[in-house]
Design a protein around this ligand. Sequence first.
Ligand SMILES: [Zn+2]
Length: 232
Amino acid sequence: MADRIERALVVTAHPDDAEFGAAGTIAKLVRDGCEVAYVIVTNGDKGSGDRSMTPERLARIREDEQRNAARTLGVEQVRFLGYEDGEVEDTRDLRREVAREIRRFRPDLVICQNPARTYNLGASHRDHRVVGGVALDCVYPLARDHMAFPELMPEFEPHKVREVYVMQWEQPQLIVDIGDVFDLKIKALACHQSQFADFAAVEARVRERAGELGKPKGYAYAETFDHVVLFR
Ligand SMILES: [Zn+2]
């Protein structure tokens, strides 16, 4: 990369998405002196098979879990937009809120989810696709143009994002070596206790997939992305 990435904003649909898709990459950015922040669009209040659980209680649990996971990676700023899990739509309100967060944090790099439908149904969750598409629309042009969302001005001045990493497993353009931070990724994932009845099985699955993703480059473990460069 020509210039150092000093600020990175991770925009995801649910608590735990950032860790599954990018924890190793985030840990490396932090280690290199980059300031990283999260925007989590939903409160994750549907992610439980426990019949005695309520959406309100689950949302609180997942917020705590997400803050702990972020802290494990060296990320202190986590903003929750509070949308309902499974119900995210591409609305003007959501676009304005994500554009506002980009203008607030002013990142060089945005990390987001894949807006395209794939047949990896877990990765291609409806909320992920919608939030991925909204994040890209906000990078260009909505966070950038002063006449988009005039109500955000003057508090939130326009901002130009330089690069985007889009989480992607199928034919990724960018393969990030996470071998030396893989343990940290597992530690961060383990913070999302409410999501795992059997964390050992989850760890094995994550280990296997990260190993597969690293193979083309000879890395022990990797995370993969498409890479959009808007300007250097
Ligand atoms: Zn998710």
